[in-house]
Write a protein that binds this ligand. Structure first.
Ligand code: FRU
Length: 488
């Protein structure tokens, strides 16, 4: 396969603006091809650089390249371009995920070269530099292969710094029976990058915590360290781990001497929706800004855009969300920059006293902040209605469970997700409703859920709130939201 950057970039330009009504307006996506993990996130001199996995040649998980865009405000973006593509024996089977960094003012990336020969994978970790023409110039391979005891599933390096030294955390699979997911740490020394081995946790004491960990991030929040990773192979539980693969974290204290994350919390999911995986975090001036992939590997049948128009397209990225750690739990808030998308405001102030329902029309793109004072209601359902097709957020105050139900949609993935959410008197929603992407921030970011819905008919959605007994009041605001702008 050859990759002609000029031709591919020109095709992107020609295909914009998006025309199909399933294309989102304020979520990053591509006009054609399949995108997945955000990669190479780095802030450089006023600009956020965003790379992501992209197959420009179809909606299959192959031909893995990196696309690149940049933004100063998370509203105006440079039209995405092809930045990194397979070109030699090391990365001929894909330029897999990795991170970004800044070196002497220049944007650098570190990615996994994927090569498969006679069924044997050789993963190599290699640096590259973003050149003036928008392509990544490949540099040195720093780790040529998986270390002993680790299978060929060794990828997705993420750089972090402690005490003035540089480290990497890399997703891996231990070659054991059964296979075991893990993460390895490397330290930069004068002699090159040296393995410090696996980072120990209490997750895999009795049995492996999944068979593979993908896309690790190691973050610092004050005196706490957080390991984000994506374990594959965890069994579903009543209210957890409902997706095929998970994206979550443990918070504790990293000891590089003991090579252990000490006193860590239980594994918690970063997002409670159906379509969220492989997140990556920018670290800039104390802010932790996360972008996730709105999609799920090995669930292609849930995403009908594959055949929607022309060659089709697949997947989006989430909006940027800012993470904070409070008492071992990550809270997620939409980045404040996104407020600039707000066009028109409709106040919602309903004294529902004896009424048990309320209704509001939505826009082509909407944000709704709603605070429900529960009153006598024990069950409250917020519904996004697309004509007869309905997406429900159902809260049961007695069991303190939130259920997101998309069984009422004809196209795409269905099912329900139920998870604990504590609401005493108030239930707070902040919903972003794009054409197909929905992001719900609940109880001020205590939980967040990302999901995609593909309404059959071209109908403006509306919002309805109903309850089993009178609520006291519903107050808040609904905004029409503008679209992201792409510029040359
Ligand atoms: C996660 C992942 C990564 C890999 C990339 C390839 O979605 O499988 O582990 O680097 O996607 O596209």
């Amino acid at each position: 396969m050859t990759f002609d950057k000029k031709a591919i970039d020109a095709k992107v330009v020609e295909s914009l603006p998006f025309s199909h009504r399933w294309h989102n307006r304020f979520h990053l996506e591509m006009p054609f091809g399949l995108i997945n993990d955000p990669n190479g996130l780095v802030y450089a001199d006023g600009t956020y650089h965003i790379f992501f996995q992209w197959n420009p040649y179809g909606c299959e998980h192959k031909n893995k390249c990196w696309a690149h865009t940049e933004t100063k405000d998370f509203i105006h973006y440079k039209t995405p371009e092809l930045a990194l593509w397979p070109s030699d024996d090391h990365d001929k089977d894909g330029c897999y995920s990795g991170c970004g960094t800044l070196e002497e003012g220049q944007v650098k990336v570190l990615y996994t070269c994927n090569a498969k020969n006679d069924g044997v994978r050789t993963p190599a970790q290699r640096f590259g530099r973003l050149a003036a023409d928008g392509s990544v110039e490949k540099e040195d391979i720093i780790i040529p292969d998986a270390p002993s005891g680790i299978t060929g599933h060794f990828r997705d390096p993420y750089l972090f710094h402690r005490g003035g030294r540089h480290y990497l955390v890399i997703g891996a699979q231990a070659e054991e029976e059964p296979l075991r997911g893990t993460a390895l740490i490397y330290e930069e020394t004068e002699a090159g990058w040296e393995s410090l081995g696996e980072i120990k946790t209490r997750l895999a004491i009795d049995a492996p915590f999944g068979y593979m960990w993908e896309c690790p991030n190691l973050l610092k929040f004050g005196s706490h360290d957080v390991l984000i990773f994506c374990p594959q192979g965890l069994a579903a539980r009543a209210h957890d781990r409902q997706n095929l693969y998970q994206a979550g974290y443990i918070a504790g204290h990293l000891s590089l001497d003991a090579m252990e994350l000490l006193q860590h919390t239980k594994f918690q999911e970063l997002d409670r929706g159906f379509d969220f995986y492989a997140p990556q975090v920018f670290q800039h001036e104390g802010r932790h800004i996360l972008l996730g992939w709105m999609g799920m590997p090995d669930r292609d049948e849930d995403y009908p855009t594959k055949t929607a128009e022309g060659e089709g397209w697949m997947f989006s990225l989430t909006m940027p969300r800012v993470l904070t750690l409070r008492q071992g739990h990550i809270y997620s808030q939409p980045a404040k920059e996104l407020r600039a998308l707000r066009v028109e405001e409709t106040p919602v102030d309903i004294d529902v006293d004896s009424v048990a329902s309320a209704q509001a029309p939505l826009f082509d793109g909407s944000e709704a902040i709603l605070d429900v004072t529960l009153g006598e209601a024990r069950e409250v359902t917020l519904t996004v209605e697309y004509g007869l097709e309905k997406l429900h957020f159902h809260y049961d105050r007695r069991s303190q469970l939130m259920t997101i139900d998309r069984t009422g949609l004809k196209n795409g993935g269905k099912g329900r997700r139920t998870f604990p959410l504590y609401a005493e008197k108030h239930l707070a929603f902040q919903l972003f409703i794009d054409r197909t992407a929905v992001e719900a921030f609940l109880q001020h970011g205590e939980e967040v859920a990302s999901l995609l819905v593909f309404p059959e008919k071209n109908i403006r959605p509306s919002l309805a709130i109903t309850s089993d007994a009178p609520m006291e009041s519903i107050s808040g605001r609904i905004w029409e939201l503008d679209a992201f702008r792409f510029e040359a």
